[in-house]
Write a new protein. Structure first.
Length: 180
C-alpha cells in the first residue's frame, strides 16, 4: 500500500511539472506582447517612463494620420520627427562597429533625448560580417518626448541610401528648413 502511495505521489509530481512547463510555453506563444513589454529593456540602460501627458510613439502605430512612419515621404518624416540624429560607425576594442551620435540634424525645443552627442547608439552598432557593407553611419528618426526611435537608415559616403539615395547635404538643408 505504501508503494502505491509513493507511485501516486511521483505521478502527481510529474504531472504537475509537465502542466507548469506546458502552461509557461503556451503563455509565451499566446501572450508574446506581454512578455516583450516586461523584458524589453534588459540591456542595462536606464528605462525612461514618460508621464501620461507625454507622447509614447511606436513604429507600428501611425504618427498622425493613417500612414505608418516608415511609409511617409522624406519631408513628412522630417516634419513628424522631434529629433533626427546622425551617427557614424567607429571600430571598438571588441571588434564591433559602434554607432556614435555625432550630431542632431533636428532637435525640437523641449525634446528629451536619451543619447547625447558622443554616446553610442547600441541598436545600430554591429559586428562586421565579411561581404556585407552597412555603410559609414546611420540616420535615426525619433518622435515624441522622451524621444522614441521610429526608423533608421544607412549613410554611405555622402548619401543616405535608405532615403532614395538623397545627398546628406540636401537632407541637412531639409532638416534646417523644417526648424525655421
Amino acid at each position: 500500500m505504501f508503494k502505491k502511495f509513493v507511485d501516486g505521489l511521483a505521478f502527481g509530481a510529474g504531472f504537475s511539472i509537465a502542466f507548469i512547463a506546458l502552461w509557461t510555453v503556451s503563455s509565451f506563444i499566446i501572450f508574446p506582447a506581454f512578455f516583450e513589454a516586461q523584458f524589453s529593456d534588459l540591456d542595462g540602460s536606464e528605462m525612461i517612463v514618460p508621464d501620461e501627458s507625454e507622447s509614447t510613439a511606436n513604429p507600428n502605430i501611425p504618427v498622425g494620420g493613417d500612414v505608418p512612419f516608415y511609409a511617409l515621404s522624406i519631408e513628412e518624416r522630417i516634419d513628424a520627427a522631434s529629433a533626427i540624429a546622425l551617427a557614424k560607425y567607429e571600430p571598438s576594442d571588441d571588434g564591433r562597429m559602434k554607432a556614435v551620435i555625432t550630431e542632431y540634424l533636428k532637435l525640437e525645443p523641449g525634446t528629451m533625448v536619451r543619447f547625447e552627442i558622443g554616446n553610442e547608439y547600441p541598436s545600430s552598432s554591429y559586428y562586421p560580417t565579411e561581404g556585407r557593407n552597412r555603410g559609414d553611419g546611420v540616420v535615426i528618426f525619433f518622435t515624441g518626448s522622451p524621444a522614441t526611435m521610429q526608423s533608421s537608415t544607412s549613410v554611405n559616403g555622402d548619401r543616405i541610401t535608405g532615403l532614395n539615395d538623397i545627398p546628406l547635404a540636401l537632407f541637412r538643408e531639409k532638416c534646417a528648413d523644417d526648424d525655421a
